[in-house]
Design a protein around this ligand. Sequence first.
Ligand code: GDP
Length: 480
Amino acid sequence: ESLTVAELAKKLHREPSELIKKLFMLGVMATINQDLDKDAIELICADYGVEVEEEVRVDKTDLEVYFEQEEINEEELVERPPVVTIMGHVDHGKTTLLDSIRNTKVTAGEAGGITQHIGAYQVNIDGKKITFLDTPGHAAFTTMRARGAKITDLAIIVVAADDGVMPQTVEAINHAKAAEVPIIVAVNKMDKPSANPDRVMQELTEHGLVPEDWGGDTIFVPISALKGEGIDTLLEMILLIAEVAELKANPDKNAIGTVIEAQLDKGRGSVATLLVQDGTLRIGDPIVVGHAYGRVRAMVNDMGRRVKEAGPATPVEITGINEVPQAGDRFVVFEDEKTARQVGESRAMTAIQANRSEKQRVTLDNLFEQMSQGDVKELNIIVKADVQGTVEAMVASLMKIDVEGVNVKIIHTGVGAITESDITLAAASNAIVIGFNVRPDVNAKRAAEEEGVDIRLHRIIYKVIEEIESAMKGMLDPEY
Ligand code: GDP
C-alpha cells in the first residue's frame, strides 16, 4: 500500500513541506503528490517515533474474502453432511450408482416427493445426511476447481470389476489426488460372472490406492449398482470417512457457497442450484451469485418441494437473481439488498474489464520469477507421450531434476494427445503440460489459450529436462 506525501503528512499531523525536507535529508527527492513506498513511509514514521500499522484493506467485491472465515467460533460449529462426487471411466456405472443411491434412500425418508434433477441430492441414513453431486465425472469436478471452488469432501471412484482400470479411471484418481480429496473405490458390476475384483485392486495398487487388507489405507467396496448390492456398505464407509474428517459448519450466519448449475428458465428467469457451504440460506436473502445479484425469491429442494431455508451442505434451486451465473461461481448473502446490488454491479463491471483469466498461471517463462517471489515452490507437471515406455522414461528423468528451491511434482501422466481434460487439470493445479511426440487436440489448444496454460512439445528427452532446469534457474531464453 502506498500513500502520497500529502496523505502521510495529514496522518502525522505535519506540514507536507516538513516531510519533503525530511525525505530530502534521508536521500529521497519527493513532491507533494508523490506516492511513497512502504520503505519511505517506515523511514519517516520511525523518524517521528510513530509505529506503522498496516491497514488491511478488504476488497468487498472479492467473494473469496467471505470464504476465508475470519473468526471461527468453535462452539457455534455443528457437524455437516459430506459432499461426495462420483468419478470413473465411462460405462463403469457412475450414473447407475447415483440413481441407485437416490432410489433406495431418498424416498424412504421423504415419502411422496418427486425427485428433481437439480444437480445434487441428499440422502438420509439413520439420521445422517450425505450430499451427492449429480454430475458424474472429473471434468465437472475439475472445472469447478479451476474456478476456485472446493466443494467435494470425498470422491468415489467407480471401477467396473469386469473391465478393470481404464484411462479415465487414472484421470479421475489424479484429479482427486490433485484436489487432495480422499478416495473410496467402488468396485462395481460384481454381479457379472466375469467380475474380477482382485485384478482391480492389483491395478489400483499401481496408482497408489492400496486396499486395507493389503496393508494400505484405501477403502474398497464391492458393489452392484444395477442390483443395489453393497450400496449400504458404501454409504456407511462415506459416513465413516466424513466422521474422521470432522466436517463442520455454522448454521447461524449468512450463507456462502457455490453454484452447482444454472440456466435461464422461460417462466422463472435465472435459476441456479446452490450448494450452501456454510451458514443458512433463507427466502428473501439479499444475495450475490458470481456477477449476478438479487433476492432469493423461491427455493426448491431435490425433492421438488418448496423450502424456506437451506443449511450447510444442502443443495437448493433458487430464483430471484438478475443473471445466469456459471457452475463454480461463489455466492454470498449480504445483510441488505443495497450492498448486494453494489457488490454485484461492481463485480459485473470488473469482470467485463478484466475479461477473465488474467490470473498468473505458472509457465516456464515466469517460473523463476514466481519462485523468487515465493509464489511457487513446486512445479506441477502433466506428462503426455506417444507410448507408455516414453511416459515412464520422461517421469524418471523429471524426478531426477534437482534444483534448489523448487520440487518437481508429476500430477498426471497419460498416453495419447493432450486433451481438454489435461488442460483443465493443469489450470486447476497451476501445472504445465509436457507433450512428448504428441500434440494438443483442437479443444485442448483453445482451452490452453483461454486459461493461459503452458504446453511444451518435445521430441528429445534431454531437451525437456534442459528446458525445465534452465527455467528453474532463471536462465531460460525467452521464446519468440
Ligand atoms: P457411466 O457412464 O459410468 O455413468 O455408466 P452407466 O451408469 O451409464 O452404466 C453403463 C452400463 O453399465 C449400463 O448399461 C448399466 O446398466 C450397466 N451397469 C451399471 N452398473 C452395473 C452393475 O452393477 N452390474 C451390471 N451388470 N451392469 C451395470
